[in-house]
Structure formats: C-alpha cells, structure tokens
Design a protein around this ligand. Sequence first.
Ligand SMILES: CCCCCCCCCCCCCC(=O)CSCCNC(=O)CCNC(=O)[C@H](O)C(C)(C)COP(=O)(O)OP(=O)(O)OC[C@H]1O[C@@H](n2cnc3c(N)ncnc32)[C@H](O)[C@@H]1OP(=O)(O)O
Ligand SMILES: CN(C)Cc1n[nH]c2ccc(-c3ccc(F)cc3OCCn3ccnc3)cc12
Length: 392
Amino acid sequence: TLSQRHKFWETQPVGQFKDLRDTSLPEGPIESPTPLSEVKQEPYNLPNLYEWVTCDMDSEETCAEVYNLLSNNYVEDDENMFRFNYSKEFLRWALHPPGYYKSWHIGVRVKSSKKLVAFITGIPARIRVRSDVVSMAEVNFLCVHKKLRSKRLAPVMIKEVTRRVHLENIWQAAYTAGVVLPTPITSCQYWHRSLNPKKLIDVGFSRLGPRMTMSRTMKLYKLPDSTVTPGFRKMELRDVPAVTRLLRTYLLQFVVAPDLDELDVEHWILPKEGVIDSYVVESPETHKVTDFCSFYTLPSSILGHPTHSTLKAAYSYYNVSTKTPLLQLMNDALIVAKQKDFDVFNALDVMHNETFLKELKYGPGDGKLHYYLYNYRLKHILRPSELGLVLL
Ligand SMILES: CCCCCCCCCCCCCC(=O)CSCCNC(=O)CCNC(=O)[C@H](O)C(C)(C)COP(=O)(O)OP(=O)(O)OC[C@H]1O[C@@H](n2cnc3c(N)ncnc32)[C@H](O)[C@@H]1OP(=O)(O)O
Ligand SMILES: CN(C)Cc1n[nH]c2ccc(-c3ccc(F)cc3OCCn3ccnc3)cc12
C-alpha cells in the first residue's frame, strides 16, 4: 500500500507517493544534470564475495550465462506457474539497438566461482514526453539469483546502472514492472487471446469456462487458416521508410512514445526469425504500404508440468492502421500467430488496443504492468490509451 516505506526509492529522483496531490510541482526533470567530473568514477561497492562484470552479449559464452540466469531466476507470474524464458537471440536483439553501450549490460559474479548471480541492463532511447524529446535509458532485465534475494542487492544494481548512464550524460530513464513502486505514470492491464485453448487449459494458464466443454472452447477460439486482408505480407527491408513514416505519425498522438528513426525501425520492427514478426499491408491498387502490425516472441517456461515445458507466447508490439480496420489487421495478426504455432497472443491496453481486445476474444490477465520514468515528473497519471511505448 502507499503507506509502506520505500527506503531506497524514497532517496531517488522519482515521483514520490507523498507528492501525488501536489500539482504545484512542475512537469519535467526532477534533478538537474551534474557535471561529468562530479559523477562517481568508480563502481558502487558490492558485498565482499561479489564483483562487477560487463556482459558482452556477442560472446556466446556470456550470452549463455545471462540466458541461464534469467531462465531460472527472472519474472514469474503471481502463482509461480510460469517464468519468462527470453531466448539468446531475443536478448541480443533487445540489448543491441543502434547506439547501445556495452557498459550498460551489467552483471555481478561470485569472485571465487565466477558464477553470474545478478544482471541489469540499459539501452539508449529517445523518448518523447508531450513535446519534449528526451534521451533516456530503458532499464530492463533486473535479476538477482533466487538464493540472493532480500539482501538489498537490487538498489546497488540500480545505482550502478544509474552511474554508468550518467557517465554518458543521460539523466532520465524509462522502465516497467509488475510491482507498484514510487510512482507509476500509468498502470496497464494485460490481456490474453487463446490460440491453443486445449494446451492453455491443460497447463493451468486458462480454465474451462462455466457451462463450456473443451470442444466448444476450441470452436470459440478457432481462426481461419489464412489472413483476409488483400496485400498482407511479411515486412521487408524496402518497407522501412514507409513503416517509419506510418509509425512516427501514429505515435505523435500519445503523451509518451519513442522517437524512432529509420535505423531504429530497421532494428526494432524488421522481422527476425523467432524474435520479432512484422507484416505490412501493401495496397494491390497503389502498391503503397498503408498499415503494419508486429509482435515479438517471448516464451514462458511452464514450471513443474509433467508433459508441457514451454508456453509459446506472442506479444503485441507496434501496430498502425490507416486503411485496414485495426480489428481486421489484428485478427490477421492472430491468424499468422496461430499458423506459427503460438499458444497465446498477449497485448497491453496501451495505444488503441482496447478497441479490439474484447471483440477479438482476449481475456483479461491477472495483473498489471506499471510504467515508470526516472528523474522526470508528470503532473498527472496517464490513461493507458495515452501511452505509445512498449518495453520488452
Ligand atoms: C538516469 C538513469 C536511471 C537508470 C535507473 C532507473 C531505475 C531502474 C529501476 C529498475 C527497473 C527494472 C525493470 C525491469 O527489469 C523489469 S521488472 C522485472 C524485475 N525482475 C524480476 O522481477 C525478476 C525476479 N525478481 C528478482 O530478480 C528480484 O526480486 C529483484 C531483482 C527484482 C529485486 O531484488 P530483491 O532481492 O527481491 O530485493 P532487494 O535486493 O532486497 O531490494 C529491495 C528493493 O528493491 C526494490 N525493487 C524490487 N523489485 C523492483 C523492480 N522490479 N524494479 C525496481 N525496484 C525494485 C524494492 O522496492 C526495494 O526498494 P524499497 O525498499 O525502496 O521499496
Ligand atoms: C515488460 N518487461 C519489463 C517484462 C516484465 N517484467 N515484469 C512483468 C510483469 C508482467 C508482464 C506482462 C506483460 C504483458 C503480458 F501480456 C503479460 C505479462 O505478464 C504475465 C504474467 N507473467 C509473468 C511472467 N510470466 C507470466 C511483463 C513483465
């Protein structure tokens, strides 16, 4: 609850719960940048047994160590039935956008065994807040090994990534979490669209509805074998300029959104096998690209199930429709996800997503994803539909 003490977060330049009602506080940066000479030059102290390591994700060995740490110790659902299982190719994609800093890929090893026991990352991003384009770090993959929890290691990880971001003269950050911290700029609901309802029920992800049989449930979620939109095809390199124009124009309507150029779009949206899928609609008449949709692949390990080990999940990323109805575009996304053997298609209620969620038979998830800005105050909490940012 809001009254609980946040001994670390109370010390940070973030919106504090006690200031929530104080609308006299100005919108924008909370603290001014400090001169680079005044930024702490050496890493924060770790408990004696541990040492910092910069993780080179291009190293197969290091990437495998990061993969294994996350695969065994990263985010689980509230009932500890599933755990995110980001693949190595996904991690390299997520951590190597244009202009990335290797020094922001931070690990903690046990000095004696060299075992990787903690991780945190930042990547650079230009984030527009209203009319202000701000250079930020997107912080993600904060993970402490299960055996080292509740030792106040997380604040040290956060201070160290903050220090290394400051050294690059960047003073703001954006991040999301399933937990409530001081103070969300918005809290989004996540939704799930069953593609393989039998498996989802077998593993306990979903439950058979009241007065529903398995065969009736399978019929309810059945999709056509092929997409319906004329000109719907996989995105290609030649589509990057058009998709960039569509996405930049579309994102202008949101209060918080990334400021993506063609290089960013080539990295974040162009299809990568098993990582990111994207499709454009090229009008058969004009050969213009009028719409696109995209989703990323993030499986979850199924913990302790006798026959199923992995839930294959697709996550809605960025979708822009200017000619094709968004409902039809997103139904075609479901159809290709089903063709590619995904079990479930997930989406947040950000951007215009709530206009299709119920009609396309998404069901509400059991938690929320909270969005945060570091060292940037917003006067009012946003509605999810005012947010144009999806973090991995
Ligand atoms: C200008 C640049 C700025 C860059 C930095 C920007 C900020 C970036 C911030 C990071 C954004 C990450 C985004 C991201 O990666 C996406 S959210 C996913 C986070 N990771 C997981 O949930 C994986 C499983 N859990 C763990 O590994 C541990 O439980 C973690 C490491 C989460 C906490 O380890 P622990 O052993 O359980 O706990 P202690 O070490 O004893 O520390 C307790 C303190 O940590 C606070 N805490 C707990 N969970 C947090 C979370 N998810 N964000 C921020 N703070 C979190 C907590 O409120 C308390 O502080 P308080 O006493 O003040 O309340
Ligand atoms: C965003 N990124 C930072 C990872 C992350 N961290 N914390 C989270 C909490 C919820 C979601 C989330 C986002 C969208 C969605 F459709 C379902 C989700 O979680 C379901 C519960 N769950 C957790 C693990 N396996 C299943 C992601 C995250």
